[in-house]
Design a protein around this ligand. Structure first.
Ligand code: SAM
Length: 279
């Protein structure tokens, strides 16, 4: 037991493991996730519905979405944004590797008579013949990726953007990094908890890597017959580090906002949204 606890409390090397699929596509967890996505009052898997509404409207207006325009939403989840973008008349594609979310999104499109192309898969492997006027990646999805994965993703954006096309995405800032404290906690669930219907102990270790402004939330989920580890990496950026990283792949930041609803930039915001374009 002591050895196991030692292992739980051992700080891993930055980005040593990528477990996003276990977080988003485990059959049981992804059903719980879908409930969170669709909870109108919670900022968890998706942001609160009122904000999503405001943000989708702002994006549609900023990028003049409508007939003749094309959008691809990376990490579309259950389609809260794709559904709204599609209603403008734009051609919309949504990508996600959560089977449950894509099934829900497809059902919604069917019920609402919307023609949206949904693709189930890892967006780090995305390759399509078509190109888009706008690529969106909403709710900080750039932050869990390692530096090589982020570079890979920027190459994928490049390959799928029309001339003059834009990418719109949001990231965590250094303000967020400062707010987080390292901690170790655990909780017990008797039945139907977030991680499993069976009883489990969930250990949460939060580590900070100040050299690179990286945060790790590691969940160790201990059930009677299995133990799982979920690594939730969060890379935080300053405007300078983000600009440097995007610049290395030929992207320029055209506009910065405090959030994906176009709120003007505030110095001390914990998130930042950027419109970027290939130079
Ligand atoms: C934080 S949620 C945001 C969902 C949506 N953008 C929104 O704001 O409602 C992140 C989404 O990205 C998906 N995702 C994460 N990593 C992915 C990957 N490598 N490939 C495809 N989808 C991914 C998850 O399944 C999840 O639906």
């Amino acid at each position: 037991m002591y050895t196991q606890l030692e292992k739980i409390n051992q700080r891993p090397k930055p980005f040593a493991y990528y477990t996003a699929r276990d977080l988003w596509n485990d059959d049981y967890v992804s059903r719980k996730m879908l409930e969170l996505h669709l909870n109108p009052d919670m900022d968890l898997a998706s942001r609160k519905m009122e904000f999503v509404e405001m943000s989708a409207q702002w994006i549609a207006s900023r990028f003049e979405l409508g007939p003749g325009k094309s959008v691809c939403d990376f990490g579309c989840g259950p389609g809260l944004y794709t559904t709204r973008f599609s209603k403008t008349g734009a051609r919309v594609t949504g990508l996600d590797f959560s089977r449950n979310s894509i099934a829900y999104a497809k059902q919604q499109a069917l019920e609402q008579g919307l023609e949206i192309e949904y693709q189930l898969g890892n967006y780090l492997d995305f390759s399509a013949p078509g190109k888009f006027d706008l690529i969106t990646m909403i709710y900080l999805d750039f932050c869990p990726l390692s530096p090589p994965q982020r570079q890979q993703l920027l190459d994928i954006f490049t390959n799928h953007l029309n001339d003059g096309g834009h990418v719109f995405m949001d990231v965590l800032t250094l303000r967020y990094f400062k707010q987080v404290t390292e901690e170790r906690t655990y909780e017990y669930s008797r039945e139907n908890g977030f991680w499993s219907p069976e009883p489990y102990y969930a250990f949460l270790n939060t580590w900070k890597y100040p050299e690179t402004n990286l945060i790790l939330g590691k969940h160790t989920l201990v059930e009677e017959h299995r133990t799982r580890e979920i690594f939730n990496w969060l890379q935080c950026f300053s405007p300078k580090t983000l600009s440097r990283e995007l610049g290395a792949k030929g992207f320029r930041i055209l506009e910065s906002y405090s959030d994906v609803a176009g709120t003007p930039c505030q110095e001390d915001g914990s998130e930042m949204a950027v419109v970027i374009q290939k130079v």
